[in-house]
Write a protein that binds this ligand. Structure first.
Ligand code: ADE
Length: 322
C-alpha cells in the first residue's frame, strides 16, 4: 500500500512516520510513504500558497492552484486501476474510527491532504477529495498530525506490518471492548500483586477474567462503546445475522459480532444463535472442537454481502479448506 501526503511541512510527517513500526515497514517495502510539498507547485513568484478569503474573515486560505497541481503530480503516478481514496483531514470531517482504518487499508493508494491556515479553497476540495476525516473534536494547527495518525492506524492493518502477537490488538478493539489490564514481571511491584488468576495456568479462567475486566473497563471508560458491544451481543444471542454452516467445518456469520477472546465465545454464541446448545447431537461438540484455524472477515471476502461478514474455520484442520 502506498501513502501520499500533500503538505506544506513534508519533513514533519516523514520524520514521524519513518520512525518505529511504520519506518520499519517502509524499509521492508511492506508500505511506501511519500510527502509532497505543496509549495513546490505554486506559480507565485514569491512561492506564496495562501491568500485572503473572499467575503472577509480572519486568517488566510490555501489557494486552489498549488493544492491542485500538487495533487495532480501524485495522481498522475497512480495506476488507472489502483484503488484510491483522497482524504482531506479537517475538524469538519467524519470522526476517524477503526472501521474507517480498515476500509482505507483496502486501498492501493491513500492520498492525504493537509490544510493549514484557515483551510483550503472549497473548489479544489470539491474536485479531488473523496473523504473528509477528523481525528477528534479539537482543532490542530494543521492537518499533519491528523494525517500521521491515519497513516499509522491504517499501516498497522496492512499484512505483515505487525507481527502476529501485535495484530491481536485490533481484534479486541474490533469487538467494541477495550483491552483488559495487563501485567508483566515482577509478580509483586510496589506491594501490588499480579492477579492470581493470571498465574493459574488455567486458560479458560484467564479468558473469562479478561473478558470480565474488559467489560468493566469499557463500562467505566467508554459507555458509548459498551452500548454498542451490548447491542451486538444481543443480536448474536438472538441469532440475527447467523447464516448457518456453509460446510461442517466453516461457520459463517453475517453482521458484526464479537470475538474479544477466542473461539469458545464464538461457538457458544453461534450455537445458541442457531437454537442449539453446544453438546446437542447435531451441533459440533464443544469438547472435541479443535482450535480455530482461521477467521476471515470484512465485506471484501464475501461478495454480495452488504454487512461485515465473519467466517470462522474450526474443527478438523485437514477438512477445512483454508
Ligand atoms: N486539522 C486540524 N484539526 C484537525 C482535526 N481535529 N482532525 C483532522 N484534521 C485537523
Amino acid at each position: 500500500m502506498r501513502f501520499h501526503i500533500l503538505t506544506l511541512f513534508p519533513e514533519m510527517v516523514m520524520n514521524g512516520l519513518l520512525t518505529s513500526i511504520t519506518g520499519r515497514a517502509v524499509k521492508q517495502n511492506k508500505i511506501a510513504i511519500e510527502a509532497t510539498n505543496i509549495r513546490d507547485y505554486t506559480l507565485d513568484k514569491h512561492a506564496k500558497v495562501d491568500d485572503y478569503p473572499y467575503g472577509g474573515g480572519a486568517g488566510m486560505l490555501m489557494q486552489a492552484q498549488p493544492v491542485y497541481d500538487a495533487y495532480q503530480s501524485v495522481a498522475d503516478r497512480i495506476p488507472e486501476d489502483a484503488k484510491k481514496r483522497v482524504v482531506y483531514v479537517t475538524p469538519q470531517g467524519t470522526p476517524f474510527t477503526q472501521q474507517m482504518a480498515q476500509d482505507f487499508a483496502a486501498c492501493d493508494d491513500l492520498i492525504l491532504l493537509c490544510g493549514h491556515y484557515e483551510g483550503i479553497d472549497e473548489r479544489v476540495l470539491e474536485e479531488v477529495v473523496t473523504d473528509y476525516v477528523s481525528i477528534g473534536d479539537y482543532v490542530l494547527t494543521g492537518g499533519e498530525l491528523a494525517s500521521m495518525v491515519i497513516v499509522d492506524a491504517v499501516a498497522r492493518l496492512v499484512p505483515d506490518v505487525l507481527n502476529n502477537d501485535q495484530s491481536a490488538e485490533t481484534e479486541s478493539f474490533h469487538g467494541n471492548l477495550l483491552e483488559y489490564p495487563q501485567y508483566s514481571r515482577p509478580e509483586v511491584w510496589h506491594d501490588k500483586k499480579v492477579p492470581q488468576v493470571l498465574l493459574s495456568g488455567n486458560q479458560k479462567k484467564i479468558n473469562e477474567w479478561r473478558l470480565e475486566q474488559s467489560v468493566i473497563r469499557t463500562q467505566e471508560r467508554r459507555p458509548d462503546l459498551y452500548a454498542k458491544y451490548e447491542e451486538l451481543q444481543d443480536s448474536v444471542n438472538k441469532g440475527i445475522g447467523f447464516s448457518g454452516f456453509t460446510d461442517p467445518f466453516r461457520i459463517q456469520v453475517v453482521g458484526t459480532f464479537v470475538d474479544p477472546f477466542g473461539i469458545q465465545n464464538h461457538i457458544d454464541h453461534l450455537a445458541y444463535g442457531h437454537g442449539k446448545k453446544p453438546g446437542d447431537s447435531d451441533m459440533m461438540q464443544q469438547d472435541s472442537m479443535e482450535p480455530m484455524h482461521g477467521i476471515r472477515q470484512g465485506k471484501e471476502d464475501f461478495p454480495g454481502t452488504h454487512h461485515d461478514a465473519h467466517e470462522l474455520i474450526v474443527g478438523n484442520k485437514d477438512k477445512s479448506t483454508e
